[in-house]
Design a protein around this ligand. Structure first.
Ligand SMILES: Nc1ncnc2c1ncn2[C@@H]1O[C@H](COP(=O)(O)OP(=O)(O)OP(=O)(O)O)[C@@H](O)[C@H]1O
Ligand SMILES: [Mg+2]
Length: 253
C-alpha cells in the first residue's frame, strides 16, 4: 500500500527540504518507486534535483492545464525517484494558493490519491508557514514528521504546530498521524543540542536525529543526491548515513 509523508514545521530553515529530498532518495535507492512532490512555491526541492526547467509544474496539474503524467519527471541520477516540480520563478503555485485553493481544499488529497496508484512512497516538501497550501498538503498526507533544529525556538515552534494540527484535524477527512520528530543539524559536542534532544525525548514523540553535515549543502549546490555526492573521495559522514538509513527504515512502516 502506498504511503504519503510530509516533513513539516511552520518554522523556516529547519531542514524540511533537506530531509524530504534525502529520504526520497534513500527510499528510491533501495528500489521503491518514490515520488517527491514540491509543494513549496520557492521550488527548492526542484532546483535541487533538476538541472533543466521542465514543461509543467504542480500548479499546472491542480489547475487542469496538463495531465499529472505530463508533469512528473524522473530524477535521472537516482533510479526509481520521480519529482512533481514547482518553479520558484513564475509564481504559479503561489498564485494558485492565493486565488483558487480556498474553493478546493482537497485538491492535493485527490491528486495524491491518484498518484498513489503509481508510486509506493510519496514525500511532500512544504514551505514554511501554516497557510492554506500547507494545510491542504497536510490533509493529503498519511503522516507528518516534524523536522526541527536543536534550539529553543524550534521547541516553541513544535508546540504551536501541535496546537494548529489539532485544530486542523477536526476538519480532516482522514486524520494525519503526527508522532515523530527529527532533530536536524544535531551536533553531540554542543551541550544545548544534547539538552534539547533530552527534552524532546521526554515528550510523547519518537525522536530521530540527523547530524550536522556540510555534505547536504554541497550536494544541493551540485544538484546531487547527498548519498551520491563525493568531494575528494568523501561523502556523507558514516553517522549521517546511518541516521538516514534508520529514519528510512522506520517511517514507511
Ligand atoms: N543536517 C544538516 N547539516 C548541515 N546543513 C544542513 C542540514 N540540514 C539542512 N542543512 C542546510 O540548512 C539550510 C536550510 O535547510 P532546508 O532548506 O532544508 O530547510 P527548510 O526547512 O526546507 O527551509 P524553508 O523553510 O526555507 O523551506 C540549507 O542550506 C541546508 O543545506
Ligand atoms: Mg524548504
Amino acid at each position: 500500500m502506498s504511503k504519503t509523508i510530509a516533513f513539516h514545521l511552520q518554522k523556516g530553515g529547519v531542514g524540511k527540504t533537506t530531509i524530504s529530498g534525502t529520504i526520497a532518495c534513500q527510499s528510491a535507492m533501495r528500489g521503491v518507486r518514490t515520488l517527491l512532490v514540491d509543494v513549496d512555491p520557492q521550488g527548492n526541492a526542484s532546483s535541487w534535483f533538476l538541472t533543466e526547467t521542465p514543461h509543467f509544474e504542480l500548479a499546472d496539474v491542480v489547475q487542469g492545464k496538463c495531465y499529472v503524467a505530463d508533469a512528473v519527471v524522473p530524477v535521472l541520477q537516482v533510479e526509481n525517484l520521480f519529482l512533481l516540480p514547482t518553479f520558484g520563478i513564475g509564481g504559479g503555485l503561489k498564485n494558485y494558493s492565493e486565488t483558487k485553493l480556498a474553493e478546493e481544499p482537497y485538491v492535493l488529497q485527490d491528486l495524491i490519491q491518484e498518484l498513489s496508484q503509481d508510486f509506493d512512497h510519496i514525500v511532500l516538501d512544504l514551505s514554511p508557514g501554516l497557510g492554506r497550501l500547507e494545510r491542504s498538503a497536510l490533509i493529503a498526507s498519511d503522516e507528518v514528521i516534524t523536522p526541527m533544529t536543536p534550539e529553543v525556538f524550534s521547541l516553541d515552534g513544535l508546540e504551536i504546530f501541535i496546537d494548529e494540527l489539532t485544530k486542523l484535524k477536526k476538519n480532516l477527512r482522514a486524520p494525519v498521524k503526527h508522532s515523530r520528530i527529527v532533530i536536524n543539524s544535531y551536533d553531540e559536542r554542543i551541550r544545548q543540542h544534547r539538552d534539547i534532544l533530552a527534552a524532546a525525548q521526554e515528550g510523547i514523540f519518537e525522536v530521530f536525529k540527523i547530524p550536522v553535515d556540510p555534505v547536504f549543502r554541497k550536494a544541493q549546490e551540485a544538484s546531487c543526491a547527498p548519498q551520491l555526492f563525493k568531494q575528494k573521495g568523501r561523502g556523507l559522514k558514516v553517522k549521517t548515513m546511518n541516521a538516514v538509513e534508520e529514519l528510512d527504515a522506520v517511517i514507511w512502516r
